[in-house]
Design a protein around this ligand. Structure first.
Ligand code: ADP
Ligand code: MG
Length: 728
């Protein structure tokens, strides 16, 4: 690293092979690659996962039994043997000391520890202190080899036992990079006034501080800055992308003054809520404008998003274009069809040119296109879409990917449920006729935490429906704990809920019973639903009128059952999670969800939204053993009388329980991942980074005057994204 040029950029680091570092030969380079480190930038962003604060370390002498502790020790003796039990295990025992006291450490079935921890080795041990025959002991602690580090704070890196890469190797390599960077320094591309406003340390101080802090507060400050950088990078990419879309894509100026939407709204048996009216106004403005809409419609379960989405589809149809409603799965597509078809039934549209005067109006045509659509129907639909005689089509996102030709696709509504990402949405750009980009409305049927939304949907404008239609009563949610069953079978007759179900039915109301989810196999799920139905019909709910609904039924059979339930000719609907969306029976006041711990929080919240739709008090029973702490946390969150109905609170719990990786499952893998930032812990920073990104891009379109920052943003993008931004 010569001092010929200015400070070193991250791009330069990314172009330096790790093999250029002292001590990194072919073998270590290979080992580094196995943990994802190819170049010096990878190395510098391979952040420690813990820091051992030597100024504040625990002493063996002071430890109490049962306490979790981190101790720095030297190995005095170690030996291994096989136990006599069946099957025999290997047992390695080490005696260690930290000068204040002695500790015995045991490992089961980790015979290699004997080689790893030879006498004299220094290691950090993290584990629970036990007393065994009056001696202090730890069983299978987490071990980090730290070498003879002298700093006050020792970073512990994610290492690889298998590849023979220790935390002390990595620390040494990082230290060398930092030493060699002293002369030129490390470039900081973030404007100084931004750093000053948020009281952030400089880039170089942050990189040095995260790897070799003098104290834990220095490490905190370093982390704060690097987290900001990570989130700012993502937000800049999204805001740039948004800007590029807005500037380059040609959209359709939809006619939003027409009467089709009015006719539709006029026929609804209720008035729109203020939130729905505002959302429709925002959509209309987008639709009427020259640029394609890219809007996210967020709102809790039951907020009434469907009506809003349907108005957008109708606006397209009004002007002679078509609308598509896409769901992430076949089942969800079918459910949407069940929900949307009745809303559109009876609406008429202009029949278009060539039609006789007498027949200048025809029924608005809605099609459902999934894998289950018969070949004949499919053929008919494809012709209709190409000719424009099918106005609205509902299906999975295969709709846009399979090269299906539309006469003029005007509006696409995407029901995401977390499952579509930026890439899938990008496919839409190529779908309109003659280079025209259709308007896109993304609905999240399940709220996700705001910070996650900003990160995953940051290229969209956001409309939020904040309030549910009036008169909704909270749904009393009760966890009926079952005992775990040895054979995995739940005995339905044992449950207490059926009395309540019967009482509700006697009072003239209806109930849902949701069958256990079996994700691996629809066939098994159907079989289990049938068994549940039979068991209830013969036992606990004998005498009530039961219906059964599952995914394997023909659409006509499904529709017929639904209709019977709607018309109250059935008392109880036993169903698989098919009823998650689209079932709308205000007279239903109880829901019983069997094996509720198999569902995720979002899904349970969504399911529960099928009751509590009228002014009647309603209940949801979650039947589950709740054997894992995660399941317990989920079920308790839903039952919380204060926050258990608040989708955003639930979404945060969900994020906590499932981990953050899942939020990004739809994002491209690779560099753009969060390494230090946490969407939960750093939620405030997400908002700040977004604000700064809008400011910077707003004042300097395309970041033309912030070349270094722009270069860094593109460094973290994948090929497609880069190309897209470059084109515009
Ligand atoms: P979401 O998709 O946001 O979860 P839906 O669109 O499925 O919610 O609507 C939930 C229920 O509320 C449906 O039964 C719908 O008919 C009803 N609904 C929608 N808007 C209103 C309103 N303004 N007033 C009363 N009920 C409404
Ligand atoms: Mg809905």
């Amino acid at each position: 690293m010569s001092d010929a040029e200015g400070p070193i950029t991250l791009r330069e680091f990314s172009e330096m092979d790790v093999e250029r570092l002292k001590g990194v030969g072919e073998k270590k380079a290979e080992a580094l690659r196995t943990v994802g480190i190819d170049n010096v930038l990878d190395l510098l962003t391979h952040y420690p996962r813990r820091w051992i604060d030597r100024t504040n370390e625990a002493r063996i002498r002071d430890l109490l039994p049962g306490e979790q502790a981190l101790v720095l020790v030297t190995v005095q003796a170690i030996s291994g043997r096989r136990t006599r039990g069946r099957p025999p295990k290997s047992l390695v025992t080490a005696d260690v000391t930290d000068g204040s006291g002695h500790l015995r450490v045991t490992f089961f079935n980790q015979a290699w520890r004997e080689r790893q921890l030879s006498p004299g080795t220094q290691a950090a041990l993290f584990g629970k202190l036990e007393l065994f025959n009056g001696r202090k002991q730890m069983t299978s602690p987490i071990v980090d080899l730290i070498g003879d580090k002298t700093g006050k704070v020792v970073p512990i890196y994610p290492q690889s036992e298998k590849a023979g890469l220790t935390t002390s190797d990595i620390g040494t390599f990082v230290a060398e990079v930092l030493r060699r960077s002293t002369v030129r320094g490390i470039l900081d591309p973030v404007p100084a006034d931004v750093l000053a406003r948020f009281d952030l340390v400089g880039r170089e101080a942050a990189i040095r501080g995260i790897h070799g802090p003098d104290g834990m507060d220095e490490q905190d400050r370093a982390r704060e800055r690097l987290v900001f950088d990570e989130l700012l990078g993502i937000q800049l990419a999204l805001v740039l992308r948004k800007q590029a879309l807005e500037q380059t894509a040609r959209g359709i100026r939809h006619d939003v003054s027409g009467e089709l939407v009015d006719r539709f709204l006029g026929r609804l048996p209720f008035d729109l809520t203020a939130g729905q009216r505002d959302a429709i106004a925002a959509l209309s403005a987008d639709l009427a404008g020259p640029h394609p809409m890219h809007r996210l419609l967020q709102g809790d379960v039951g907020a009434g998003k469907t009506v809003v989405a349907v108005t957008a589809l109708l606006a397209a149809v009004e002007g002679g274009h078509q609308g598509a409603l896409m769901a992430p799965t076949e089942v969800l597509a079918e459910q949407h069809a069940l929900g949307v078809r009745p809303l559109l039934a009876g609406l008429t549209v202009g029949a278009g040119e060539g039609a006789g005067q007498l027949f200048d109006q025809r029924e608005l045509a809605v099609g459902l296109l999934t894998n289950r659509t018969t070949a004949k129907e499919r053929e008919r639909l494809l012709v209709g879409l190409a000719e424009g005689t099918v106005d609205v089509v509902i299906g999975t996102h295969a709709l846009i990917e399979e090269g299906i030709a539309f006469r003029s696709l005007g509006v696409v509504v995407v029901d995401e449920q977390h499952r579509f990402g930026v890439e899938q949405r990008a496919a839409l750009r190529d779908k309109g006729a003659g280079g025209v980009v259709p308007d896109v409305l993304v609905m999240t049927a399940t709220p996700i935490p705001r910070t996650a939304a900003m990160t995953v949907y940051g290229d969209l404008d956001v409309t939020e429906i904040k309030t549910a239609p009036e008169g909704r009563k909270p749904i009393t949610t009760v966890w009926e704990r079952t005992r775990p069953h040895a054979d995995g079978q739940l005995s339905l007759a044992e449950l207490a809920v059926w009395d309540h179900v019967k009482r509700e039915v006697e009072a003239g109301h209806q109930a849902f019973v949701v069958c256990p989810l079996i994700e691996e196999s629809e066939k098994l799920e159907v079989r289990s639903a049938q068994a549940t139905f039979d068991e209830l019909d013969a036992g606990p709910l004998a005498g009530l009128r039961l219906g059964l609904l599952h995914g394997r039924l023909r659409p006509t059979a499904k529709e017929a059952t639904m209709e019977q339930f709607r018309a109250a000719r059935l008392d109880v609907l036993v169903a698989t999670s098919v009823i998650e969306v689209g079932v709308d029976v205000p007279n239903a006041t109880v829901m019983v969800i069997l094996d509720a711990d198999r569902f995720g929080i979002a899904q349970l919240h969504q399911l529960r939204g099928r009751v509590g739709r009228a002014q009647l008090p309603s209940w949801c029973y979650l039947v589950a053993a709740g054997q894992s702490p995660d399941a317990e946390r989920r079920l308790e969150a839903l039952c919380d009388p204060k926050s258990g109905q608040d989708g955003f609170v639930l979404a945060e719990v969900d994020l906590e329980v499932r981990g953050e990786g899942t939020v990004f499952a739809t994002r491209q893998k690779g560099r753009n991942d969060l390494k230090l930032a946490s969407l939960l812990r750093d939620r405030g920073v997400v908002a700040r980074a977004r604000e700064v990104a809008f400011e910077l891009v707003g004042a300097d379109p395309g970041l033309a005057r912030h070349a270094e920052l722009l270069d860094e943003v593109t460094l973290f993008l994948d090929e497609d994204e880069r190309e897209f931004l470059a084109k515009s």
